[in-house]
Design a binder for this molecule. Structure first.
Ligand code: ECB
Length: 134
């Protein structure tokens, strides 16, 4: 039975989000608001096709992709930089490499017990988020 990330998830912990946002060049006022948020993720997975909608009271971000197919990502409402993104499977982990102006940018999703884990990387910063089912 392959891994299925589908569901509605609520942010439970968010380690070093500040460092990740600083690495992305997010301004102080925006970081102050962003840190207070408890975003939700709605994930719809159909085989290798993904819809990941991150929503909050401040901003929303929608990403749709197919594993193994590179796509242009515009990070609108986040740091607004464009990059080329490629998501692949590494065993049961979903690994995204975001190639662009920022070095070492990307993220990894995996399931642990009934929790959704997300590691967000940019330059030398790693943010670790854990989500619980809504
Ligand atoms: C969309 C909710 C968060 C809004 C934060 C607003 C401003 C901060 C600006 C930039 C910070 C960078 C990222 C915000 C953190 C999470 C948003 C989505 C991260 C992401 O790439 O998730 C992936 C994997 O689930 C799917 O897009």
């Amino acid at each position: 039975m392959p891994v299925d990330f589908s569901g509605t998830w609520i942010l439970f912990s968010n380690d070093n989000f500040e460092g990740y946002m600083v690495a992305l060049g997010i301004d102080f006022a925006t970081r102050k608001i962003a840190k207070m948020l408890k975003p939700q993720k709605v994930i719809k997975q159909d085989g290798d096709s993904f819809y990941i909608h991150t929503t909050s009271t401040f901003r929303d971000y929608l990403l749709q992709f197919k594993v193994g197919e590179e796509f242009e990502e515009d990070n609108k409402g986040l740091d607004n930089r464009k990059c080329k993104s490629l998501v692949t499977w590494e065993n049961d982990r979903l690994v995204c490499i975001q190639t662009g102006e920022k070095k070492n940018r990307g993220w990894t999703h995996w399931l642990e017990g009934d929790d959704l884990h997300l590691e967000l990387r940019c330059e030398n910063q790693v943010c670790k988020q854990v989500f619980k089912r809504a």
